[in-house]
Design a protein around this ligand. Structure first.
Ligand code: NAG
Length: 225
């Protein structure tokens, strides 16, 4: 069983990483789209110049399933600010259920915030990002990716948890294959759906497959045999 899971994991890694050999197109604010590939240990652009990823984390996996901060500043201003601070990349976190559970995917941003009684945040989103409140959570996530692309910022889609919420405790049900909210099949389905959803989006250059495997089920001993 454990071996199977490890094999499934590696297969998932390969399935997602393989296309990265690599024709992912990267949009830069001041430059036309270009492609990434690898040369030995380096990531290089289409002219063979080394590309160094300088990523900052932007959480979108907490209970509202909305990128943090949209109640405070316009999306475009945050994205431009990320670039202005010298980052060329964002590690944008997402919960599996955003892609696999219709009860998440069908919620609008407004419904999600209201459900959590986050009325001030909702008013802030209305003031700073008109239009975002009425988007579905999936579309709002896409809007964040798009705004980063418009500022020339690359995105790594980071599968952070299954059920939206703070990460990470050992017993939060999201730590390891087989935990209450971590069905490997659902996880792979979620990764595949996100990969398909963003396959044509130039500034999405990679995925991180799962944040911090942990908890009582973890099988570190199997990895060192
Ligand atoms: C939201 O507020 C209502 C009414 O006060 C309460 O019953 C409910 O538990 C609250 N929900 C959350 C997630 O705090």
């Amino acid at each position: 069983m454990t071996r199977l899971l490890v094999a499934a994991c590696l297969a998932a890694v390969l399935a997602v990483a393989w296309p990265c050999r690599c024709h992912a197109v990267v949009q830069r604010a001041a430059a036309p789209p270009r492609s990434l590939s690898t040369s030995s240990r380096w990531i290089v652009d289409e002219r063979g110049r080394r590309v160094k990823l300088a990523c900052v984390n932007w959480p979108s996996h907490l209970e509202p399933v909305l990128a943090e901060g949209l109640g405070h500043r316009p999306l475009g201003a945050i994205a431009a600010g990320v670039a202005a601070m010298g980052f060329n990349c964002v590690r944008l976190t997402w919960p599996t259920f955003l892609a696999t559970d219709a009860s998440y995917a069908s919620l609008t941003v407004a419904e999600s915030l209201r459900r959590l009684n986050l009325t001030d945040a909702l008013a802030g989103v209305g003031a700073n990002n008109p239009g975002v409140a009425d988007l579905s959570l999936v579309d709002a996530f896409g809007a964040v990716v798009g705004a980063l692309g418009a500022s020339g910022v690359m995105v790594i889609l980071d599968n952070h948890v299954s059920r939206s919420g703070w990460c990470c405790r050992a017993n939060d049900g999201n730590g390891f294959f087989g935990d209450a909210d971590f069905d490997p099949e659902v996880w792979i389905d979620g990764l595949a759906k996100m990969a398909a959803m963003f396959a044509g989006v130039g500034n999405v250059v990679g995925m991180s497959l799962r944040n911090e495997l942990r908890g009582p089920r973890q099988n570190a001993d199997d990895w060192y045999r």
